[in-house]
Design a protein around this ligand. Sequence first.
Ligand SMILES: [Zn+2]
Length: 264
Amino acid sequence: MISRNISMPLIGASFGLAMLAGCQVLPVSNDAHAAADEMTKPHWDYTGTHGADHWAELSDDFATCATGRLQSPFNIQADISANLPALGLNYQSVPMKIIHNGHTIQADQVGGGQLVVDGKAYNLLQFHFHTGSEYAIKGETYPLELHLVHASEAGELAVVGVMFKEGPANTELANIWANMPANEGENSVSGQTINVSNLLPASKKYYRFMGSLTTPPCSEGVNWHMMSEPITASAEQIAAFKAIFPMNARPLQDENNRLVVIGK
Ligand SMILES: [Zn+2]
């Protein structure tokens, strides 16, 4: 019997957002200084000589990609079920601002609401997509995966992951895709708004575990919440993303016997 007060392997890592200028957390910005910082970062990719197997070789800052013991993604096996606290998913509409950052399509969500879990609030910063899915759930992979990236006032990161399976088109995704920049560095700002509440499954059951950023520098201490129920995207919507990013998913990493809990 596992109580809801189950002790997660809290890493206690507290990030300054400045040091997390990796593509996972960099807010959309046209700022020249941010652009200059971006220029000095090592180029990385998903395949080839700068691919995922080589990230740690590209920069000392990326060492955790190889040495980390709580890396993401991995195959989620729901080995323990517990009465996990309900996620407070308190989101609101914000103006649509989308960037093609060379690795994914990312939407700026500053002001877009909060994730509240265990009484702690994490502000939504941005969301982005991967194809195929990065995580597997009980060995099953999906064509598309959404990451909602949040940070607490202290800089602790929390991500909510949502899988897409092929099915009916998602209307919020249609709005985003209609404004999806096709080339690296391009921004898209439309008069429309985005509300990530429209990108969540009906069931709020989730898997909880500690993991990492899935892009360099692969920083650990990230509080992960993977929704167990996928939502749907149409075959055309999935193909539209793959036309820009044929594959932008890190391969599965070792679970390393970490604690993974599924809500009841
Ligand atoms: Zn991601």
